[in-house]
Design a protein. Structure first.
Length: 231
C-alpha cells in the first residue's frame, strides 16, 4: 500500500509502533490506555518526522562539567509552531513538545466535520495574523515550520483545511504528524500543497465508510480520549 502513496507521505514501519497501534485499535482499550498509546505513538512518529524535517547548526560554545570547551548544537529552523487540531490533537502536544530542544508557540485550530457533507468547518483559530513592525517589534509573524498534530486523517478534508490555513498564514513548510490515516485521506492531504508538506503517520488503512470513519480504524479518537462516547 505504501508504494501507492505520494512520496511526501511516510508510513512508519517500526515494529513496536505497529504493535501499539494494534492495541489502540481494540474496543476494549480503556481511556487511560488510549491516552498513553496515542502519546507513545505520537512520540515515535514525531521522532521519525523531525529526524528528516530538521537540521542541526552550531550555536556558539560552552564548557562541560570538566571545563572542556565544546561547540553547542541546536536545530534549524528555529522558528517553529505546533498546531494541534482541536480536540484530539491536544493529546499529541506533549510528545512533540518534548522532542524539541526549546519551547515553541502552540497555535490551536478548531475544525469539526459537518455530518451531512463531511466538509470541515472552522470554529476557532488563534494564529497570530499580524506581522512585526517598527511600532510593534514583538508581534509574532508566521513560523518558518508548522507541525500539525491530529491523530486521524480520514477523508483528508480537515487536514487540507489546516494545511491551506497555514499556507495562507505564510509558513514555508508544514510537517503533519498523525497516528493513523486512510489511503484516500493521505493522498488528498499530501496533494494539497505537495511541495510544502510532509506527512508522517503511524499506519494506513485502505478505506473509509459512509460516515467518513476509517475502516477498521480507531473509532472516534476524541471520544475515546475524553470519555465522551455516547454524547
Amino acid at each position: 500500500m505504501a508504494s501507492s502513496l505520494p512520496p511526501n507521505v511516510h508510513v512508519s514501519k517500526h515494529p513496536c509502533l505497529q504493535a501499539k497501534l494494534s492495541q489502540l485499535r481494540s474496543q476494549s482499550t480503556n481511556s487511560r490506555d488510549v491516552q498513553t498509546l496515542v502519546h507513545e505513538i505520537a512520540l515515535m512518529v514525531g521522532y521519525e518526522a523531525l529526524a528528516q524535517g530538521l537540521e542541526t547548526k552550531n550555536d556558539g560554545t560552552d564548557r562541560s562539567p570538566l571545563s572542556y570547551e565544546y561547540t553547542r548544537t541546536t536545530i534549524s529552523p528555529s522558528s517553529i509552531s505546533i498546531v494541534p487540531i482541536l480536540r484530539s490533537g491536544l493529546s499529541m502536544i506533549p510528545a512533540l513538545s518534548s522532542l524539541l530542544p526549546f519551547p515553541v508557540p502552540i497555535h490551536h485550530l478548531g475544525l469539526y466535520r459537518e455530518k451531512t457533507t463531511l466538509q470541515p468547518v472552522e470554529y476557532y483559530n488563534n494564529l497570530p495574523y499580524h506581522r512585526p513592525s517598527t511600532s510593534n517589534p514583538s508581534a509574532s509573524g508566521p513560523a518558518e515550520l508548522a507541525i500539525i498534530v491530529d491523530p486521524i486523517i480520514a477523508t483528508g478534508a480537515t487536514a487540507c483545511a489546516a494545511i491551506q490555513t497555514l499556507k495562507d498564514w505564510g509558513v514555508k513548510r508544514v510537517i503533519m504528524c498523525s497516528v493513523l490515516g486512510s489511503e484516500v485521506g493521505l493522498k488528498r492531504a499530501a496533494e494539497e500543497w505537495a511541495e510544502g508538506v510532509e506527512i508522517w503517520v503511524g499506519g494506513c488503512d485502505k478505506e473509509v465508510d459512509g460516515k467518513g470513519m476509517i475502516k477498521p480504524g480507531l473509532g472516534d479518537v476524541g471520544d475515546r480520549l475524553y470519555l465522551t462516547i455516547g454524547k
